[in-house]
Design a protein around this ligand. Structure first.
Ligand SMILES: Nc1nc2c(ncn2[C@@H]2O[C@H](COP(=O)(O)OP(=O)(O)OP(=O)(O)O)[C@@H](O)[C@H]2O)c(=O)[nH]1
Ligand SMILES: [Mg+2]
Length: 188
């Protein structure tokens, strides 16, 4: 393949209901946000990006939210390159559920690690709505050796970062990037 031919990468967005998976996907692909809640069955959106001088098309599968049990059908885990695991910083259960999600993914893919990003969304909400602290998020990201990003789909805070970091993790695993940084948290 020519060095600059467009590469296709598939990303799946997982997590509990109503944490903002669709809102993050819509914000990233179409730069829109809606206050209205419409539960997702499953959607796939795509966006072309240039990352480190290379053209990519990202195919993003926005999954239906779950509260417990297995997060994704085997069809969903097939051919996925990178994972975005989302919780709401105002919903502790959604944070705890991501452990189940990750364990299920490790089991179904048979891998020991995953190219993934841990995302705490809704940071625009008032501080007293915050039930998951950034220190806990950092600790979990360190345990999982993955990047963590605190986002707001509403205000467009750090949304681009999520997909940049996910693509970085995918390409690192593919051997297209030499590791330059350890897990980090973006809260700015
Ligand atoms: N304040 C605030 N509200 C948000 C944010 N992201 C999403 N929401 C709101 O939260 C609700 C749920 O958002 P969705 O994006 O539909 O959540 P989801 O995770 O896709 O939900 P399911 O499809 O049911 O799994 C909607 O009312 C959104 O407007 C955010 O960053 N800040
Ligand atoms: Mg949704």
């Amino acid at each position: 393949m020519a060095a600059n031919a467009q590469r296709k990468r598939r990303i799946a967005v997982l997590g509990s209901k109503s944490v903002g998976k669709s809102s993050l996907t819509m914000r990233f692909t179409q730069n829109t946000f809606s206050e209205m809640y419409v539960p997702t069955i499953e959607d796939t959106l795509s966006k072309e990006v240039t990352f480190r001088g290379q053209r990519y098309v990202l195919e993003i599968t926005d999954t239906a939210g779950q509260e417990s049990g297995s997060p994704a059908s085997s069809a969903q885990t097939l051919n996925v390159d990178g994972w975005v695991l989302v919780f709401s910083t105002a919903n502790r259960k959604s944070f705890e559920y991501l452990r189940t999600v990750r364990n299920c993914l490790l089991e179904s893919t048979g891998h020991r690690t995953l190219p993934m990003v841990l995302v705490g969304n809704k940071v625009d909400l008032a501080a007293n709505d915050r039930t998951v602290g950034s220190d806990e998020v950092t600790r979990l990201a360190q345990e999982w050796q993955c990047p963590a990003v605190l986002t707001s789909a509403k205000t467009n805070q750090n949304v681009q970062e999520v997909f940049d970091k996910c693509l970085y993790e995918v390409e690192k695993l593919n051997g297209n990037i030499k590791q330059e940084r350890n897990c980090c948290i973006s809260v700015g």
